[in-house]
Design a protein. Structure first.
Length: 378
């Protein structure tokens, strides 16, 4: 292809979850710059819906109709992804979705490079239940991510004889959670599964820190708050020290000690300044742009079927490890890491598992057990 590769970058850099969107855009920007240094011209079209759900549809339409973007790297919330997919289907494009999500979806017009439940929730429970117990308080953002993640957690608990100590849902921007924390205190769960998003999640962590100060039962070492979507880019949104000791699952952490990650972080420091923490959102957006451009070049076309064939034909070396895209589901193989928040604004990895093949419908057909064994790091 002689023309620059046009890619839409659709993330909310403002609004309730703007910290995540800014990290995604920075990751995409760095990938575009690195591709340019290798002689590969990518012309990005950045778009910011500002965290307003209805705007995603209009902006995605503009990107594909007048922006010349057959490929869009973007959306964070599952609600936004589900809104955009019909437009991508209509215009015969591909949406490159990098966020952890609730599974039970496989669309030929979407490439899923974020984790699904058998890559985050199942190994998380496999680690936590034997160590902390099986009475779990479930919290969820009041949309499909929270609903489905809590539903899966209930099923896991019921299957293993566990108990749902309580369950609540909150809007993304709800920060008045005193009554909710009082319910958690009264229920005295083994741990809290946090599927909240943005400000409500940050408020929860601050309130649980205060509760742990009053009652040692609720300190992170005894009753942790565990998340599948909390990353380094959000820790600055939380009061200093309030989240220390809490846990999160991800396919990437800044603290991964490999030669590839050390080189990646050095490049990030050179571009964005020393001390910049790297989140899985940054790393995944970087990877998605690289994969998208590489597959278009290999296919010699931006036509989705040709791009999918090129993408699934071989494994790809990425900062997240060697990645394969399953030709049946368009999902990526991804590793599992469990991180504990430290005082330095990062995560210490306490458990890990090598790349897991995605099983978005939890059928077991990918050779994964319901609760895969983890390698405990510390």
């Amino acid at each position: 292809m002689n023309e620059p590769i046009r890619i839409g970058i659709l993330y909310s850099r403002h609004g309730a979850y703007g910290a995540i969107g800014r990290d995604c855009c920075d990751g995409a920007t760095l990938a575009i710059e690195h591709l340019a240094a290798r002689g590969i011209a990518v012309e990005p079209v950045f778009a910011d819906p500002g965290g307003e759900g209805p705007r995603y549809i209009d902006i995605a339409r503009d990107l594909m109709r007048s922006g010349g973007c057959r490929h869009i790297v973007g959306t964070i919330l599952s609600a936004s992804r589900k809104e955009v997919i019909p437009l991508v289907e209509k215009h015969d494009g591909l949406l490159w979705y990098i966020a952890p999500y609730e599974g039970f979806e496989a669309n030929e017009n979407v490439i899923y490079t974020g984790t699904c439940p058998n890559q985050h929730l199942l190994p998380l429970f496999d680690h936590l239940v034997p160590r902390h117990g099986n009475r779990v308080f479930l919290l969820g953002a009041n949309y499909v991510w929270g609903w489905e993640m809590n539903r899966l957690a209930r099923e896991l608990l019921h299957r293993t004889g566990g108990t749902v100590a309580g369950e609540r849902f909150l809007p993304i921007e709800e920060v008045e959670i005193g009554r909710l924390v009082a319910e958690i205190e009264a229920a005295r769960p083994s741990f809290v599964l946090n599927n909240l998003i943005g400000p409500s999640s940050y408020a929860l962590l601050e309130a649980m820190h205060a509760l742990g100060q009053r009652d040692a039962t609720f300190r992170p070492e005894t009753c942790p708050v565990v998340s599948c979507d909390l990353t380094e880019c959000e820790l600055g949104e939380i009061a200093p020290g309030a989240a220390t000791g809490q846990l999160a699952a991800a396919c990437y952490f800044d603290s991964i000690d490999t030669a590839e990650n050390r080189a990646f972080k050095a490049a990030i420091a050179a571009r964005f300044g020393a001390g910049r923490r790297v989140s899985s959102f940054f790393a995944s957006a970087y990877t998605a742009v690289e994969l998208c451009a590489g597959a278009i070049l290999a296919a010699g076309s931006d036509e989705p079927a040709a791009v999918r064939r090129a993408l699934t034909a071989r494994p790809h070396r990425t900062v997240e490890g060697t990645m394969r895209i399953d030709p049946e589901t368009n999902h990526a193989t991804l590793p599992f890491y469990l991180g504990r928040i430290n005082d330095g604004g990062g995560f210490d990895i306490i458990a890990a598992r090598p790349a897991i093949a995605a099983d978005p419908y939890l059928t077991g057909s990918r050779g994964q057990r319901t609760a895969p064994h983890l390698r405990v790091v510390s």
